[in-house]
Design a protein around this ligand. Structure first.
Ligand SMILES: Nc1ncnc2c1ncn2[C@@H]1O[C@H](COP(=O)(O)OP(=O)(O)OP(=O)(O)O)[C@@H](O)[C@H]1O
Ligand SMILES: [Mg+2]
Length: 657
């Protein structure tokens, strides 16, 4: 029974039922079709959306496939580019080998021709006439310049390959703990020599706030300093110029890594400056010069202008001392110690006026001739310095002059007006800064340059450096080209009187090497092949100098065979590789095979001596007398002067004492 049975009478029930029925009919008639329309519309909408979605998905899938294909193509292209670059580097390394071999002869003989008479020997030594000696010096300088270009280009290839391969396969960064004051002192000594030779005033500043010991790549960092410093010397005014190097602590690194600081290197000069229009290009390979260089070629009459009006008061000492740079577009000096300033510290307005540094002996051509890059090999052996010495021929002005007359507030960097020399043209190949920039990138640093025409340039490098424990620094680690590297004239005396087996198949190389070794009183036996080396070696020898590219076998195989010899004396024989091959990989292979050292051709006497000296110091070499041998009669029958070889394969040749 329903509730309505009690509430409604029959009539009401009938009306109610009719009402409900009509409403229901009306509802069905109106709402259901609407619903049906809505539902079907929704369904068709969903279907369309689904179809669209499927289209989109298909499109996305296609796009994805396309992107994947493109990515694959790019990866392949990158690989191909890397391989091309790597094979380009390989190719250039081979080409450089071809350069080095004849250069070995050019440089070796030139050095030999101009060497001073051996001590106590007057008889055989013939002095060259001054004119011939000059010409030989030119040959030497030209050879060194060529060698530097070859080295620079190879370095650039290596650096680009390293960047692209992202793993530094071709150029490794060699981070070691370095004692900063001693490192800075050594590098500055070298720059001071170059500055002096160019009649420049040199100023150095080491921030006392720097930690004593930092973890850096010593060799690469000194390469950076040298590249910038040599440019500063080269592009500074021929006389009266000032070059400054400053090493400071810029505080924490950007990313806040604990234990790291930002090391800042500033190299400043008061040369002609760099024109703004070429400032962006100076880091490109082979880019040279610009109007600033041309302004350096001035006629003397032009140069001898009266004290110029309108020359800006450009150099002012910062009130607090320290902190150099540009202020309002002008260079500011950053000297803390007034005694470091050029004597008088006065402004040089008229170049015709006597400059405290004017050096009458300065040549019309100032040629530092690309000394920067040669520091790797050349400077280490004094070669770069020597060739510059000769070409520049300047009598350096007195440094450390009295500071009397220095006015506080006067500018230590006099502005450069046209220099008092005509045809001042700095030589170079436009590679130094390109290498510098790439090195800075490799070390995750930044390089900036600020320059004002006629006032000078300031190059700054910021590098992250980890602070090391003061007790653990390596005092004397010199990387490739590390400052203080071999061949310094003031080094220890050369080791003398060794019996050496040289495995070298090229006659002129034998003569060059023989001449150098003979100079230090060594006896040399030459063999031309690996087979001859293996059969000739006996324990009476002290040292083997081994070329790698031999006619019958590779030098590394000779090395490996010797290291496995049953005779322990032979297996332990000191072996230094002397090769024109230059890739790190080849050097590593030699080291792994047991070589004691590696000398790159062209052989420099200083480096050869240094290599022998370090073997001696490490106890790897012993004098024959110490072994109770005289060595006089050994191999006497088979030794002949190198020039008189029979040419017989495997035949020995020798150079007499
Ligand atoms: N301190 C400087 N003052 C003025 N110009 C500079 C200075 N340093 C570099 N430049 C300009 O930048 C150019 C490129 O310098 P970079 O060191 O790369 O080559 P380079 O000195 O000409 O030759 P290289 O370094 O290969 O011997 C130079 O030719 C010079 O015009
Ligand atoms: Mg340069």
């Amino acid at each position: 029974m329903l509730v309505t049975d009690f509430l409604l009478n029959e009539e009401q029930k009938t009306y109610g039922s009719v009402y409900i029925t009509s409403f229901s009919t009306l509802f069905q008639a109106l709402v259901c079709p609407t619903l049906i329309v809505i539902v079907s519309w929704s369904i068709s909408y969903l279907a369309v959306a689904l179809a669209e979605r499927q289209d989109t998905l298909r499109l996305l899938r296609d796009k994805n496939a396309q992107l994947l294909a493109q990515e694959k193509e790019l990866r392949e292209a990158k690989l191909a580019a890397e391989q091309a670059l790597s094979s380009k580097t390989e190719f250039f390394a081979r080409v450089s080998h071809e350069f080095r071999t004849p250069l070995n002869v050019v440089l070796g003989f030139s050095e030999e021709l101009i060497k001073p008479p051996p001590p106590g020997e007057g008889g055989q030594w013939v002095a060259l006439t001054a004119e011939t000696a000059d010409r030989v010096q030119y040959i030497l300088a030209a050879g060194e310049s060529l060698l530097r270009v070859v080295d620079d280009i190879l370095e650039l290839f290596r650096l680009s390959s390293t960047h692209s391969q992202n793993g530094g396969q071709l150029l490794r960064v060699n981070m070691t703990a370095v004692d900063i004051p001693s490192f800075f002192g050594t590098v500055c000594d070298l720059v001071e020599v170059i500055s002096k030779e160019n009649g420049l005033h040199f100023i150095k500043h080491l921030d006392p706030a720097l930690p004593r010991c930092l973890i850096i790549d010593r060799g690469r960092f000194s390469q950076l300093v040298m590249n910038l410093a040599f440019n500063a010397c080269k592009y500074s005014r021929p006389a009266g110029g000032v070059v400054s190097i400053r090493l400071t602590n810029e505080g924490p690194v950007e990313d806040g890594r604990p234990g790291f600081i930002t090391l800042r290197l500033d190299v400043q000069d008061n040369g002609p400056g760099i024109p703004p229009e070429v400032k962006d290009r100076i880091f490109e390979s082979f880019f040279r010069g610009g109007p600033s260089m041309e302004t350096m070629e001035v006629e003397e009459e032009e140069a001898a202008m009266p004290a110029a009006a309108g020359v800006p008061d450009c150099y002012s000492l910062p009130a607090t001392g320290g902190g150099g740079g540009m202020r309002g577009g002008e260079m500011t000096g950053y000297f803390e110690d007034a005694s470091q300033l050029p004597p008088g510290g006065q402004r040089h307005r008229g170049v015709g006026a006597a400059s405290p540094y004017s050096s009458p002996g300065l040549p019309t051509t100032n040629s530092v001739s690309g000394v920067h890059a040669g520091f790797n090999a050349g400077l280490a052996s004094g070669a770069g310095v020597r060739s510059q010495q000769y070409l520049a021929g300047a009598s350096p002005p007195p440094l450390h002059a009295s500071s009397a007359g220095t006015k506080a507030g006067s500018h230590p960097f006099p502005p450069v007006l046209p220099p008092p020399h005509r045809n001042y043209k700095a030589k170079g190949h436009g590679l130094g800064l390109a290498i510098t920039k790439q090195l800075v990138d490799l070390l995750h640093g930044k390089i900036t340059v600020r320059s004002s025409l006629g006032l000078g340039s300031l190059f700054s490098i910021l590098l992250p450096a980890e602070v090391a424990e003061g007790s653990s620094y390596e005092e004397s680690l010199a990387g490739p080209g590390g400052a203080g590297g071999g061949g310094r004239a003031d080094g220890p005396p050369p080791v003398r009187d060794l019996k050496i087996l040289s495995v070298e198949d090229i006659l002129v190389n034998q003569i060059v090497l023989g001449g150098m070794l003979q100079q230090d009183g060594h006896r040399v036996v030459f063999v031309e092949t690996g087979t001859a080396a293996l059969s000739s070696i006996d324990p009476s020898f002290d040292l083997i100098l081994l070329d790698l590219q031999l006619p019958d076998m590779h030098g590394i195989d000779v090395l490996k065979t010797l290291r496995k010899d049953a005779d322990p004396l032979l297996a332990a024989m000191p072996i230094v590789v002397v090769s024109a091959l230059v890739l790190d990989r080849e050097k590593q292979e030699c080291a792994q095979a047991g070589a004691d050292g590696f000398i790159t051709k062209p052989v420099k006497l200083g480096l050869l001596r240094q290599e022998i000296r370090s073997l001696w110091d490490s106890g790897r070499l012993r004098r024959r007398e110490e072994r109770g041998e005289t060595g006089e009669e050994e191999h006497a029958a088979e030794e002949r002067p190198a020039g008189e070889r029979s040419g017989k394969e495997g035949g020995n040749s020798g150079i007499e004492d």
